[in-house]
Design a protein around this ligand. Structure first.
Ligand code: C5P
Length: 252
């Protein structure tokens, strides 16, 4: 069953933890996520991590959330290897790199994952994902006019070969990637915009978007949602929005 990941895109730790507190219990309250063994994840991205440092990961873990550290490493192999090792040391359950960094960089990341996991001691390696093509990229925006979907699938096949656990891709590519890389190859999908009668929340800067139900039907294993949840009005707005998305996912 697909799991929901909430993007805590905040400039400071306090705001991120306040949102996490508002969301605690949202998954359990639907019944569905718990029954299906699903969990509500929190995602720490570049904005929050740069402001708060690794403490925020520990604080979210203390609250009981699994954490996706979304720092999208892209550098020379030696640097990425060390960065992934450090990402593992934060206690994160999932982290990622850019597949466009190439084979040596990706294989170095896989080594960094193993090294970091050995140091961490409890044996369970975090999931390492490769970013294919950002969901904010529209057809026609890639250099040379490459098609984002074709490029994402091509990179995903490389990622599988290079030892990654899965990819970050749009829902539009998930089905094809599962067919080519196997059902166990994880697809994590941002660019999720809930289906809302009379309009919906819009795509913001996202371009290759899907509703939660569409993404689940396409085979995505994790759905990343930020602004449609964190920007929902009122004290219960975010938890209500998260519950509606979970219900949509489980009804898919
Ligand atoms: O607010 P929204 O739902 O668009 O947030 C999506 C989140 O997923 C952001 O934190 C963004 O950095 C992240 N993300 C993405 N596309 C990717 C990888 C990560 O939108 N390919």
């Amino acid at each position: 069953m697909a799991e929901l990941v909430i993007a805590l895109d905040y400039p400071a730790m306090d705001a991120a933890l306040a949102m996490a507190r508002m969301l605690r219990g949202a998954a359990n309250a639907t019944g569905a996520a718990e029954d299906a063994g699903g969990r509500l994840w929190m995602k720490v991205g570049l904005e929050l991590f740069t402001a708060s440092g690794p403490d925020v990961v520990a604080r979210l873990k203390d609250m009981g959330f699994p954490v996706f550290l979304d720092l999208k490493f892209h550098d020379i192999p030696n640097t990425v290897r060390g960065a992934v090792r450090s990402a593992v040391a934060t206690g994160a359950d999932m982290c990622n790199i850019h597949l466009s960094g190439g084979e040596r960089m990706c294989r170095a990341a896989v080594e960094g994952l193993a090294e970091g996991t050995a140091v961490r001691g409890h044996g369970v390696a975090p999931i390492l994902l490769g970013v294919t093509v950002l969901t904010s990229v529209a057809p026609g925006e890639l250099p040379g006019g490459a098609d984002p979907g074709t490029e994402a699938a091509r990179l995903a096949v490389c990622g599988r070969e290079w030892g990654l656990g899965g990819v970050v891709c749009s829902g539009h590519e998930a089905e094809g990637i599962k067919q080519r890389c196997g059902r166990d190859f994880i697809c994590l999908t941002p660019g999720i915009r809930p289906a809302v009668r009379g309009g919906g929340s819009g795509g913001d800067d996202q371009r290759r978007v899907m509703t939660p139900a569409e993404a689940v039907r396409a085979g995505s294993d994790y759905l990343v949602v930020g602004r449609p949840v964190t920007g929902a009005a009122g004290p219960d707005g975010p938890a209500d929005a998260a519950r509606r998305i979970l219900a949509e996912m489980h009804g898919a």
